[in-house]
Ligand binder design. Structure first.
Ligand SMILES: *Cc1c(COP(=O)(O)O)cnc(C)c1O
Length: 422
């Protein structure tokens, strides 16, 4: 029955006396009318506040994981607020450089960096490369032998810790495509190779245990496991990855970035690690900053079973429910605080039964075709994982602040769908 909990809304959300939701001083239903739906609406000051919190907590070690949400405006915002950026492909690298972020502020990730990606990164002069395999070390040595400047590198280690999260987003376990395993001396051999190589400047160790982790002790446990390996190396940097969880649905509460940092700092101090601690939040910066707006197009009652409420997007703008079974809330921004006694399944418009937006959404009784329906906490891994499935055009993205809305990614057009055909 309960109304939407306000902690799931962006920081600068406000509900008017008439029940209508404003974000960053912009009426949300009005935004839908002006820019069309589906629409990603980001509270710009929320993004900035999370970046500042990360910088306050981790200083120079604060790095935004660009894969959570990236466009040029986002790259610029993150850079302006003092965070470095993780890029995990040539594409992410291209966008960050095109945004004007200095290469020195970029960290190149990836378990299969191509020679082209490495060449571009080394030529640009990226600040760090997180090395992931012996094949990659071979490629870097080859590029440096051919004249590239030796990069500063961190060696990615898989500590063998299973984070309490969805198995698809666990990355710290031994059976992983990422990094060098701590067990059996694999990581030690990699560190020795890098330390001895004139083609690389070894500055630290990197470990990332997974994503959407709520239990801070999982991070502390990873530090404990790493301690015997990391402490004696005495390297200047230790990057503990991203992965801090966020609350998506009623009843969930996530730790703050500051709380996360406190736990990491204590775990490192207890373990005798004196390296500068870095972290790479993606979700914790971007997820809660945005809501997605849809228009309800079809309401179908299946007698005795359920009601399907179909909206004008779906798995093409938010594949997380299909990929991970992720849950979301839904609400009507025209009546933000209304009771939501009606349980329905919100689905998209794609040709898949799995195309679910919210499996068991609670909505007001007067929900009707034509309503603008919103899902909160869609700022991470929504637009960045969007597709053109069914040749559905990708939504626009607006940043709102101080009563102004700025389109930072325009809506795809039907002609965009033809642009790559030869
Ligand atoms: C995905 C990823 C992150 C960010 O994870 P979040 O859960 O979004 O914070 C950080 N570091 C690495 C290496 C990653 O792969």
């Amino acid at each position: 029955m309960t109304p939407l909990p306000h902690h799931l809304l962006p920081d600068n959300a406000a509900v008017g006396a008439d029940g209508r939701l404003a974000i960053g001083g912009c009426d949300v239903v009005e935004l839908a009318r002006r820019f069309g739906t589906p629409l990603f609406v980001y509270d710009e000051e929320h993004l900035r506040a999370r970046c500042r919190e990360a910088v306050a907590a981790f200083g120079e070690g604060a790095t935004y994981a660009a894969k959570a949400f990236l466009c040029r405006a986002m790259a610029r915002l993150v850079h302006e607020e003092g965070m470095a950026l993780d890029v995990a492909s040539g594409g992410e690298l291209h966008v960050a450089l095109a945004a004007g972020v200095p290469a020195e502020r970029l960290v190149l990730h990836g378990n299969n960096k191509s020679t082209t990606e490495l060449t571009t990164a080394l030529d640009a002069g990226v600040g760090r490369v997180v090395v992931d395999s012996h094949d990659e070390l071979d490629r870097i040595e080859g590029l440096v032998a051919a004249g590239a400047a030796p990069p500063r590198v961190l060696v990615r280690v898989t500590p063998g810790v299973e984070a309490h999260t969805h198995v698809y987003v666990q990355t710290g376990q031994a059976d992983s495509k990422f990094g060098f395993g701590l067990a059996a001396g694999v990581a030690r051999a990699a560190v020795e190779r890098v330390a001895a190589s004139p083609a690389m400047d070894l500055v630290g160790i990197h470990a990332h245990i997974g994503s959407n982790v709520f239990v801070l002790s999982s991070f502390a446990q990873a530090v404990e496991v790493l301690a015997d390996f990391v402490a004696p190396l005495g390297l200047p940097e230790l990057v503990l990855g991203g992965g801090l969880g966020v609350a998506y649905v009623a009843g969930e509460q996530a730790p703050t970035i500051a709380e996360w940092a406190t736990v990491l700092a204590k775990a490192c101090a207890d373990a005798g690690i004196s390296a500068r601690i870095g972290a790479e939040p993606g979700r914790a910066i971007a997820a809660g900053a945005a809501v997605t707006l849809y228009t309800v197009g079809t309401i179908k009652e299946v007698d005795g079973i359920r009601t399907y409420v179909a909206v004008d997007g779906g798995m093409s703008d938010n594949p997380r429910p299909v990929l991970y079974g992720s849950g979301y809330e839904a609400f009507l921004p025209r009546a933000t605080d209304a009771e939501r006694p009606r349980v329905v399944r919100v689905v998209g418009k794609h040709c898949e039964s799995g195309d679910v937006v919210v499996a068991d959404a609670r909505l007001p009784v007067d929900l009707a075709v034509g309503d603008v329906l919103a899902t909160p906490v869609t700022g991470a891994y929504g637009h960045s994982m969007a597709s053109n499935y069914n040749k559905v055009t990708r939504p626009a993205v607006v940043f709102v602040a101080g009563g102004d809305a700025q389109v930072v990614v325009r809506r795809e057009t039907l002609d965009d769908l033809l642009a790559l055909d030869t």
